[in-house]
Design a binder for this molecule. Structure first.
Ligand SMILES: NC(=O)c1ccc[n+]([C@@H]2O[C@H](COP(=O)([O-])OP(=O)(O)OC[C@H]3O[C@@H](n4cnc5c(N)ncnc54)[C@H](OP(=O)(O)O)[C@@H]3O)[C@@H](O)[C@H]2O)c1
Length: 338
């Protein structure tokens, strides 16, 4: 008999998530049946979407999320003991997986899949640069911004999992890249190590003023991870026929939906600049994820795509890692090692 630990949502988040919004519980797992397998979480992801998406579910659910897990017992020949899967199993230490009646943890109900062989790379990358955030950067930027060499790209959330990746694809594509992030350390990392041309610390610098200096000829592509006033400011500095990929709006995730932060109206910028502003969910390109994985892996091997992880140790520290990520404590992908 295996005892699983899981985080249960006992109170919907209001404002910043609080430790007692979640509760650790234990659960005795049944013996596996034919076709099933038992996994043990190795790495668990903490992502911004968990904050707004969790409000869609009733209290009492296991907290939503994805993990890389090792198969420790199996009655399914396609999922042998010792191999790893990646999937939306929620914040749990052990799970019995039955692919026939699999119910995901709500975000993506796609069943878990075997983690491809990544050679010497850490399996945790299946949650980051070689997983969902990596696909988000690859498709969300290339398909919506349609970048051309010589253009100027601005990316917000620039030192995070998605943003740090987008900026590097921008450099690979021959663009001038300006990243906006929340600390000097983050700005140093993206310029000195990742090759961004410039960085702006939005907490200590005036984004509008700095952009006028750094992009005097205007901005062609904007990859928007944060929304709010920073995004309104950027839209007013875009060139005619600029393209905006709206990936997320983390600046509002802790706000009550009845009281979102006010930001400057954007329609004049959109109309007079004839901008294309398009939101997306990465699942739009699910049938092309193999292409994204292959390309991202190739760029890593070629040394063109660097990554960083902020790893928190211990399953019981999931909440700490989650709350820290929302506050900007992570550089690169925030992950928990169980
Ligand atoms: N559309 C999709 O399919 C899709 C898929 C994945 C992710 N996303 C979105 O992509 C964005 C980035 O996700 P990620 O996984 O890469 O997370 P991340 O950037 O690694 O982590 C979140 C970062 O957001 C920044 N942040 C927090 N509050 C902020 C605020 N008020 N203003 C500006 N920045 C703030 C923090 O960095 P600073 O120190 O710089 O503030 C923090 O490190 C999120 O909006 C997420 O929801 C969308």
């Amino acid at each position: 008999m295996v005892t699983a630990k899981k985080f249960v949502l006992v109170k919907h988040f209001e404002g910043e998530p609080k430790p007692d919004d979640l509760q650790i519980e234990t659960e005795e797992l049944p013996a596996i049946q034919d076709g099933e397998f038992l996994v043990e979480a190795e790495y668990l992801s903490v992502d911004p979407y968990m904050r707004p998406y969790s409000a869609r579910f009733p209290v009492g659910i296991t907290m939503i999320g994805s993990q890389v897990a090792k198969i420790i017992e199996s009655k399914n020949q396609h999922f042998p003991v010792g191999s790893r899967i990646v999937g939306y199993l929620g914040w749990r230490s052990h799970t019995v997986v039955n692919l026939k009646n699999f119910q995901g943890s709500g975000v993506a109900d796609a069943p878990p899949m075997l983690l491809p062989d990544m050679g010497n790379l850490s399996p945790s990358l299946g949650l980051g640069v070689l997983g969902m955030p990596g696909q988000t950067a690859y498709f969300g930027f290339l398909e919506i911004c349609k970048p051309k060499a010589g253009e100027t790209l601005v990316v917000t959330g620039a030192a995070g999992a998605v943003g740090s990746h987008v900026g590097q694809i921008g450099k690979i594509a021959g663009l001038k890249v300006i990243g906006i992030a929340g600390s000097d350390d983050k700005c140093q990392w993206i310029t000195k190590e990742l090759g961004f041309d410039h960085a702006i610390n939005y907490k200590t610098q005036n984004v509008g003023v700095e952009l006028k200096k750094l992009a005097p000829n205007g901005i062609d592509c904007y990859f928007d991870n944060v929304g709010g006033e920073i995004s309104s400011t950027i839209l007013y500095q875009m060139n005619t026929f600029g393209r905006v990929s709206v990936c997320g709006s983390i600046s509002s995730y802790n706000a009550d939906s009845s009281a979102y932060p006010k930001a400057t109206v954007i329609q004049p910028a959109a109309v007079f600049g004839q901008l294309k502003i398009e939101g997306f969910l990465v699942t739009r390109w699910a049938d092309r994820f193999l292409e994204g994985s292959v390309k991202n892996l190739q760029w890593i091997k070629e040394g063109k795509l660097k990554y960083r992880e902020t790893i928190t140790n211990g399953f019981e520290n999931m909440f700490k890692a989650f709350a820290g990520m929302l506050k900007g404590e992570n550089i690169g992908k925030a992950v928990v090692k169980a």
